[in-house]
Write a protein that binds this ligand. Structure first.
Ligand code: AMP
Length: 402
């Protein structure tokens, strides 16, 4: 399905290979607090090292916005990667990324050596896909490998620009895996195919709702976005989150579902509170009410027990499930029950279960269901745009196979 060159199609022995990874890991006091993205990048790095490439790694970290922010240096990543790989990952500490340290380190590399460049977003051209920085990156290598699925929805120097100035661009194993799972689920799903969408706002997921409605057999809606749908049904939703400008859109989607003969599930009951918890994990009083009986002074914060059962039941006979967005304010344990119930239902089914990145991935990891899912995407925005049916610039930039 993916007609792009992969790391299995290239000869890297003795060649300088620039490999764009997604090392955008959360850091606290200089320590990496979640290293999923590092572990996810290891198969490609190991393959390039084993085949005798001179492996030059690069990535962005956080949002330094073109300035050198010492707390966002990739130095801690070099250290941790060295431990994970069992070999030195030499860190080229150039604030300009491609500077004297990087050039010297690369010129001294032997086959199988690894060098990591500094945070690509220290350069302000990076996010503007500026030609100068793209050329500088390309000058360090003979072959470019892109394994950064998390940034594939952006056209930046270090994933798209650099590819214009290198002869060959291949995708890495992580990128290949993400595209295989997400692509198969959406374009060629084993049916019944159920899509579950949640999260805060309808507005953020307009195209996802519309695209998935066409592809899936059943669409399940939960989270903050469900209340705009409930309003579109004519229900009072109290002080729940609502995109007033999207009420008509929700009506359209309900009509579209009916026209296409698709099932569209909305909450039948909901857990409400008097206000949004502050701090987010505050002990908070809740009530459960039917979806058409939300009091004027209450806000819906989670799907209720009847809805949990309904959704879990719907998932039971699925063969493919794609889930993006929590069912409620899962960061608060009192309001996480709906998200837990859906995660449990996915864990219990034999279906291929695919979790979009971002908050859904965080919820599944945080609630302890990670090893029960077939695939958890490493890219929030990228997986969302993929589910919208868009072509990702980071994928398009890779060299075609024939
Ligand atoms: P998203 O980034 O769109 O996937 O949204 C995730 C966020 O939506 C999480 O931080 C949740 O706390 C929040 N969320 C989920 N359900 C609700 C709700 N009913 N009201 C307000 N926020 C919600």
């Amino acid at each position: 399905m993916l007609n792009k060159m992969t790391v299995d199609d290239i000869q890297v022995k003795g060649k300088r290979v620039l490999c764009r990874c997604d090392f955008n890991v959360p850091l606290k006091d200089g320590k990496i607090t979640d290293e999923n993205r590092l572990t996810a990048s290891l198969p490609t790095i190991r393959k390039l090292v084993k085949d005798g490439g001179k492996v030059i790694l690069c990535s962005h970290l956080g949002k330094p916005k073109g300035k050198v922010v010492p707390e966002l240096s990739l130095a801690p990543v070099a250290k941790r990667l060295s431990e994970l790989l069992g070999q030195e990952v030499k860190f080229a500490a150039d604030p300009e990324v491609v500077g004297p340290n990087a050039k010297k380190a690369v010129s001294e590399m032997k086959d199988g050596d690894i060098v990591l460049l500094e945070n690509t977003r220290f350069r302000e051209e990076e996010t503007k896909n500026g030609e100068k920085f793209s050329k500088e990156l390309a000058s360090l290598c003979d072959i470019f490998v892109d394994d950064a699925f998390g940034t594939a929805h952006r056209a930046h120097c270090s994933n798209v620009g650099v590819a214009q100035f290198t002869q060959v661009t291949a995708v890495g194993y992580l990128m290949e895996k993400e595209i295989r799972f997400l692509g198969n689920a959406v374009e060629n799903p084993v049916r019944p195919f159920i899509a579950i969408l949640g999260g805060a706002k309808v507005a953020d997921k307009l195209n996802v709702i519309s695209n998935l409605l066409e592809k899936c057999d059943t669409l399940i809606i939960g989270g903050g976005m469900a209340y705009t749908f409930l309003k579109a049904k004519g229900y009072g939703i109290g002080t729940s989150l609502c995109d007033d400008t999207k009420v008509d859109y929700c009506k359209e989607m309900m009509e579209k579902a009916e026209k296409l003969g698709k099932k569209l599930y909305l909450p039948v009951d909901t857990v409400v509170t008097a206000q949004f918890p502050d701090p987010i994990d505050a002990k908070i009083e809740t009530w459960t009410v039917d979806a058409d009986k939300i009091p004027d002074d209450k806000m819906g914060m989670d799907i209720g027990p009847k809805t949990r059962e309904l959704y879990a039941d719907a998932v039971k006979n699925a063969k493919t499930v794609v889930w993006n967005g929590p069912m409620g304010v899962f960061e608060n344990p009192i309001l996480a029950e709906g998200t837990i119930a859906v995660a449990q239902a996915l864990a219990d089914t034999d279906a291929t279960t695919i979790i979009g990145g971002g908050d859904s991935a965080a919820a599944v990891n945080q609630l302890g269901f990670a090893d029960k899912m077939t695939h958890i995407s490493t890219g929030g925005g990228a997986s969302l745009e993929f589910l919208e049916g868009k072509e990702l610039p980071g994928v398009a930039a890779a060299t075609d196979k024939d």
